[in-house]
Design a protein around this ligand. Structure first.
Ligand SMILES: Cc1cc2nc3c(=O)[nH]c(=O)nc-3n(C[C@H](O)[C@H](O)[C@H](O)COP(=O)(O)OP(=O)(O)OC[C@H]3O[C@@H](n4cnc5c(N)ncnc54)[C@H](O)[C@@H]3O)c2cc1C
Length: 602
């Protein structure tokens, strides 16, 4: 059976030592909620919930999956009880506005919770995850009446949310959406929605008393393409006021026709939704639905990035446990466990390569994610316009990078954990093959990773006249400058500086060639994103190495922990960062190796 322990010590190191997350309490609104003591308490409680409630139903949820009968979807055994406990404990509203009953905690803490939830049970995490996206859409774009009607219920967790974008003929190209929204005569402000949506996560289930669908559709006078799409809120049961409270009223004409049989996240219901004149109300302005949806999709993309990290962490932990236990062959440099018939496989260099890849990825990715989380908090809460803008630019830039790199690596690390297990890795009861199956979808939904790469080169790079890029380049240059004379740091700063110089070169190339020919930008995009991600990881690893060194020099804290950090930082710089060089060469090769071949040549 698989194991999972929330990596709280590592989270504490990142928050308290590397990123000084207590500075979040200087932001308006976080004075009370961002103290290290409170954060620690919350995370301890969150870890318990994930380890003791969500993790034990992860494999059974995978085995049983969701079921549908006459349009009624049931989640696997134990999910409803776990969800009720989760919601009652307030976890549906971690970063939500206290005005609507939320905990009002920083997004940084929310990021940590998302990682822990996805490690414990990614399928379960889909339900509150989708609700959080729908909450954001209404919170940012809804009317006050819509906010009062829906948000307290969603924060309480008794109503959940969905995002209805995809249709049978379009997922990436949402400009092709066909679902119609027509004004209902005599009902002020109501529309009747007709159409079909597919692959809708949490579209129907038995966890909550109501489901709040956020749906993209076209108004009758809508212009063609993406400029003619509007966003609607379509509740499963029409809310009815009872005193101060809103309760589920009449059933709306939105139903689940079927659920998908799929590779992973089997306990997450993936639904075909049919709208047959379902009543809905506009959220935000007419024809501006895609823009509204995008504000929430950015948050959702970071949430999906955390799925990649969460799965990688739990897969790594299980690979490690197995490698310490499984006895096979002797170490190349002599027997290590003479009292046993063979040595544990952790002695073998190739097994260590796989484990260290998982360790270096998860620890680096966690730090990078929380660095971005702190920027998100600054962007949202800082009263200082300049600081908020700077932070917002950084988040905009990092979002596609984190989404694509973390989810690619989530799958890779899960696959490596399977490999560490040998044949057992392929067998269901050991639990690791589920991680690979669950992780795979994160590379596809919320905009495929190819689309993230296009977002990076086509939008984020050039946005604000290149200001976004400077928000990343500046702290990296500054760090290199500050530490380049420190001999002890040379093994981290030099590789970072070299990789950073190459990133600047490829950035200039992508910008120049891409301006002349968008095919060049498209051809470079995925390799460029990967190169960028590796340099960002090198930057954060160098920062962590510096902090670990400081702690060791001061004789503070857990020596073994900091020494392990330095070993892992060395592994990253020498065995993972060199990939950035190969990606650089691929970027520089330009579009012709991809585009010269006619389609018939394939
Ligand atoms: C389990 C699951 C859960 C999901 N949950 C939801 C949900 O809750 N709500 C929702 O609305 N949708 C959901 N989806 C749908 C998901 O977001 C889409 O499947 C995804 O966005 C891709 O769209 P598509 O399937 O139409 O692929 P397509 O758009 O057909 O893409 C096919 C391939 O072409 C590539 N491609 C397309 N256009 C370009 C381009 N311009 N340049 C380069 N490459 C391109 C893509 O990257 C991809 O590799 C879910 C899907 C699954 C499987």
């Amino acid at each position: 059976m698989p194991v999972y322990q929330a990596p709280l010590n590592d989270i504490r190191f990142v928050l308290n030592d590397v990123l000084n997350a207590e500075t979040l309490s200087t932001l308006p609104g976080y004075e009370e909620t961002a103290s290290p003591e409170l954060t620690d308490q919350i995370l301890e409680e969150g870890a318990k919930m994930c380890q003791e409630v969500l993790f034990p139903i992860n494999m059974s949820g995978d085995e049983e999956g969701c079921k549908i009968e006459n349009g009624v979807v049931t989640t696997p055994k134990g999910f409803k009880e776990a969800y009720d406990l989760f919601a009652e404990s307030g976890w549906c509203g971690v970063a939500c506005d206290p005005q609507y009953g939320g905990m009002g905690l920083p997004q940084t803490v929310n990021f940590v919770m998302q990682e822990l939830i996805c490690s414990a049970n990614m399928s379960f995490g889909m339900y509150p995850g989708l609700s959080a996206g729908a909450y954001d859409a209404i919170y940012l774009h809804g009317t006050q009446e819509q906010k009062d009607m829906y948000l307290p219920k969603m924060v309480e967790g008794v109503w959940s949310g969905t995002m209805n974008l995809t249709e049978p003929h379009c997922g990436t190209d949402l400009g092709l959406i066909k679902t119609k929204a027509e004004p209902v005569e005599g009902e002020d402000g109501a529309f009747a929605l007709t159409g079909q949506k597919i692959y809708i996560s949490a579209g129907e289930h038995d966890l909550t008393e109501n489901i709040v669908h956020l749906v993209l559709a076209r108004l009758p006078d809508a212009p063609e393409g993406v400029k003619g799409i509007s966003l609607f809120v379509v509740p499963k049961f029409l809310p009815k006021q009872e005193g101060d409270d809103w309760v589920p009223g009449a059933r709306n004409q939105v139903t689940c026709a079927s659920i998908e049989h799929k590779m992973g996240i089997k306990a997450s219901a993936t639904c075909v939704m049919v709208f047959e004149g379902a009543k809905g109300w506009l959220v935000g302005e007419p024809h501006k639905g895609l823009k509204a949806m995008f504000t929430m999709m950015n948050a959702a993309r970071l949430g999906v990035a955390m799925q990649g990290l969460g799965i990688a962490e739990v897969a790594y932990q299980n690979g490690l446990a197995y490698a310490k236990d499984r006895l096979q062959m002797r170490a190349l440099d002599g027997v290590k466990a003479p009292d046993k018939p063979a040595d544990p496989i952790i002695v073998h260099p190739d097994v260590r390569r796989m484990l260290l890849t998982g360790k270096a990825f998860t620890e680096g990715a966690r730090a990078l994610a929380l660095w971005t989380g702190m920027a998100l908090d600054t962007a949202e809460k800082s009263g200082d316009h300049e600081k908020a803008e700077e932070a917002e630019d950084l988040v905009a830039l990092m979002t596609p990078i984190l989404k694509a790199y973390f989810t690619d690596m989530g799958f890779d690390v899960a696959s490596l954990a399977m490999q560490v297990h040998g044949g057992a890795g392929y067998i269901w009861e050991y639990g690791v093959e589920q991680y690979a199956r669950d992780a795979r979808i994160a590379m596809i939904y919320e905009g495929t990773n190819g689309i993230q790469a296009l977002d990076l080169v086509g939008r984020k790079m050039g946005q604000n006249f290149g200001r976004n890029l400077r928000r990343f380049f500046h702290p990296v240059s500054q760090f290199i400058e500050e530490h380049q004379a420190n001999e002890n740091m040379a093994e981290f700063v030099f590789p970072l500086a070299k990789a950073f110089a190459k990133l600047q070169q490829s950035t200039a190339m992508v910008a120049q060639r891409g301006l002349k020919d968008p095919v060049e930008a498209g051809a470079a995009s995925s390799d460029y994103l990967r190169q960028f991600a590796l340099v960002a990881m090198a930057y954060i690893w160098a920062r962590m190495a510096h902090k670990a060194m400081e702690k060791l020099e001061a004789g503070e804290g857990d020596k073994a922990f900091y020494e392990s950090k330095l070993h892992t930082a060395r592994f990253f710089m020498t065995r993972m960062l060199p990939e950035a060089d190969a990606r650089f060469k691929m970027v520089m090769a330009g579009a012709s190796p991809l585009m010269d071949m006619p389609a018939e040549g394939f």
